[in-house]
Design a protein around this ligand. Structure first.
Ligand code: HEC
Length: 194
């Protein structure tokens, strides 16, 4: 009996040693892969907060200065360069939506699957790892001020605003949202360095 326990103990010790040596060998190659999700969540949250604040403030001041129809150019994340933040990281940031206004914001397959998951399980921020990228995906929820351009025509969207939207985006689908609705997602892709 004692012998059996001893043997088991030896097997346990040697497998721990084996595991330890295994992970230290891999460590150098996989330095980037072992960065935990929490680090990407944190970076993503900061980038989105920065981009969203800039976007929202620019929208509000553009609306205040020249009205809604003029302000439509300001609901565009591309207008705000992120290069000053996180220089050295190779990232892309975009928004997409199941009911999009700009066809460039049509969801890709990963985004589509994530949006479908949000419908079933409710929206929440996610980290998804694919081959050579880490994806940060955060739901975008409609706020009252957004309804000026994404709400119900006539009720929330003034006819003159809708006219400009239609001229610029003839196939617009991004209307009839209500406050609190899931509008779409922020998607930041971090490229893993090899
Ligand atoms: C002044 C009008 C206006 C307001 C206010 C506005 N948007 Fe937009 N929104 C637009 C336009 C125009 C586009 C298309 C931008 C482009 O070409 O990329 C857009 C695009 C988007 C997109 C990208 C997906 C798509 O449909 O192409 C999201 C997400 C979005 N808006 C969310 C919001 C949220 C959230 C708010 C409130 C904080 C908001 N918008 C307020 C006009 C507006």
């Amino acid at each position: 009996m004692i012998k059996l326990i001893q043997i088991r103990f030896i097997v346990l010790i040697s497998s721990i040693a084996l595991l330890a040596s295994c992970s230290s060998n891999k460590q150098e190659n996989d330095q980037v892969n072992i960065i935990p999700d929490s680090v990407y969540l944190n970076k993503g949250d900061k980038l989105v907060a920065h981009t969203f604040d800039t976007l929202r403030n620019s929208l509000l001041s553009a609306i205040g200065q020249n009205g809604l129809a003029y302000a439509i150019d300001f609901c565009n994340e591309k207008a705000y360069p992120l290069t000053a933040l996180y220089q050295g990281d190779s990232i892309t940031i975009r928004r997409s939506s199941a009911r999009y206004r700009n066809p460039k914001n049509q969801p890709d397959s990963l985004e589509q699957a994530t949006l479908a998951g949000f419908i079933v399980n409710g929206p929440s921020t996610k980290i998804i790892r694919t081959g050579n990228q880490v994806h940060y995906i955060k739901p975008i929820i409609m706020q009252a001020m957004c309804l000026n351009c994404h709400g119900v025509p006539d009720q929330n969207i003034k006819p003159e605003t809708l006219q400009v939207i239609h001229e610029r985006y003839p196939a617009d689908q991004a209307i009839n949202y209500a406050e609190g609705d899931l509008r779409g997602i922020w998607h930041i892709a971090f490229a893993l360095k090899r």
